[in-house]
Ligand binder design. Structure first.
Ligand SMILES: [Zn+2]
Length: 469
């Protein structure tokens, strides 16, 4: 047998490790089992409201209760703050005084999709369509000729709401946006990709049988309205107070002969949201208070009162501070925030050998090589990035090294190629130290995003280590 002797200098260089190489048989089984549970979660949570419901059910099962039911808060207490059935904060109170800071992990639960317009239904040439307005950054052509399901809520004029969920069960109808046949697509193919599919042509095919009675106007549309009235007791005006979202109708699936990847809609950013949720639930009571934030509206700039620009994050910290600290004053809040450390748990780009030109190989995350630490995001000279301090990155590296978490460094594309952001800068504005840390994806924002099962599992291990550091 030949023993390979490593040159002493070899230790000096940075090498990323493939996660699979580091896993024993038992741990590989745990990776696969965790991903089965993750796929189940994705299948039941395709909108921000559905993520909220699924996460809340998991938290309640794990002994978390609404903060409103508590009079005081003591170490070991598990509480949640629900924000309008869309955003959710959960915390496990640690024995350390809150003024020493909190370990925070923040992810977002909204994903790019097609929303129905306030008045969506029209008929044309014997067919009924729903008009849409896309949400978030999509490549519009990717949403043509795929099966779509309709999820959401209609709030009728009397204030009663009804949940809509069509296209996920095997007997359900689905919806689609038709594409142009290649035979007649000469002009379309010659266009720039951004102009090839106008936003106003993203109309959903929704029916095609006329209601009996030749004298009736819009008979095809009336069939659809009549169905909606029968099933949901709604009238056309109720669409105006509805939130109905079209998402890919397919379930999460394994990709590859070795089942190495998960392919699914909405992994940005439900992969990090799920890993953070499980890490908070499965971990022990931490020394410092641990807080998970699941925010809405990230894909459209974090605006609105369920997004990270809103007050609910700071209000939740204030409430915990006030209920755990005596005497309480605003100084406690500002000190607690500036002593806190946060991971902005969001996805990053993975190196895609099909598109090598847009990323820089050395600094881009590789799928299967661990959870990704991203010092900065932004575009054109790190614009609008919170650019984590070196000390913060070192602190998180230490936590991961000590816990045996396999991680790698990442960057969002080549300099001047484009870029993007996360909620990191919105956490940082409260004085919190923050670093981006999440899972690398291929096909980000497409209807079918790809992630490595090994990385998904490592993000869960990373978040567990971070909450209890
Ligand atoms: Zn994201």
């Amino acid at each position: 047998m030949i023993t390979k002797v490593e040159h002493p200098a070899a230790k000096l260089a940075y090498h990323r490790k493939n996660v699979w190489d580091c896993l024993g048989a038992e741990e590989r089984d745990r990776v696969m089992k965790f991903n089965e549970e993750y796929k189940d979660f994705l299948n039941q949570a395709k909108t921000e409201r559905e993520v909220f419901e699924a996460a809340l059910a998991d938290l309640k099962n794990a002994g978390f209760s609404s903060v409103d039911l508590k009079t005081g808060l003591k170490p070991g207490d598990k509480v949640f703050f629900a924000n309008r059935q869309k955003a959710l904060i959960a915390a496990v109170i640690g024995p350390e005084p809150l003024i020493n800071g909190i370990n925070i992990i923040g992810a977002h639960t909204d994903s790019p999709r097609l929303d129905l317009k306030p008045l969506p239904v029209f008929e044309d040439n014997g067919m009924v369509f729903f008009k849409t307005h896309y949400y978030g950054g999509i490549k519009k052509y990717q949403w043509l000729s795929i099966p779509l399901s309709l999820h959401g809520v209609v709030v009728r004029a009397d204030g009663n709401s009804v949940a809509v969920h069509i296209g996920e069960e095997s007997g359900d109808p689905i919806f689609t946006i038709t594409d142009l046949l290649p035979h007649l697509a000469k002009d379309q193919i010659d266009k720039k990709m951004a102009d090839a599919v106008p936003g106003e042509s993203l109309n959903i095919l929704a029916g095609g049988i006329p209601l009996a009675g030749e004298e009736l106007k819009d008979r095809f549309k009336m069939t659809v309205l009549e169905y909606l009235h029968r099933r949901y007791a709604m009238v056309e005006e109720d669409f105006i107070s509805a939130e109905l979202e079209l998402v890919p109708a397919w379930p999460a699936r394994d990709i590859g002969l070795d089942l190495s990847f998960v392919g699914a809609y909405g992994q940005d950013d439900r992969v990090c949201a799920y890993a953070a949720l499980r890490a908070l639930i499965d971990g022990p009571v931490p020394k410092r208070t641990a807080m998970m934030v699941l925010a809405d509206k990230e894909e459209i700039g974090s605006s609105g009162n369920t997004g990270m620009k809103a007050a609910f994050f700071k209000n939740a910290v204030r409430e915990i501070a006030a209920r755990t600290t005596s005497p309480y004053n605003e100084l406690v809040l500002s000190k607690a925030l500036s002593n806190s450390l946060a991971l902005s748990a969001d996805v990053n780009v993975g190196l895609d050998p099909n598109y090598p030109d847009v990323t820089e190989k050395m600094n881009t995350a590789w799928l299967g090589y661990g959870v990704v630490l991203t010092k900065y995001t932004g575009n054109k000279g790190k614009y609008e990035s919170s650019d984590a301090h070196a000390e913060v990155v070192a602190q998180v590296r230490r936590v991961f090294h000590n816990a045996g978490v396999i991680w790698q460094s990442g960057e969002l594309g080549k300099v001047d190629q484009g870029g993007g952001g996360t909620i990191a800068h919105l956490v940082a504005k409260h004085g919190v130290d923050v670093l981006d840390c999440g899972v690398a994806l291929l096909g980000m924002h497409s209807p079918f995003e790809v992630a490595s099962k090994a990385d998904i599992y490592m993000s869960y291990q990373a978040y567990k280590a971070f909450f209890t550091r």
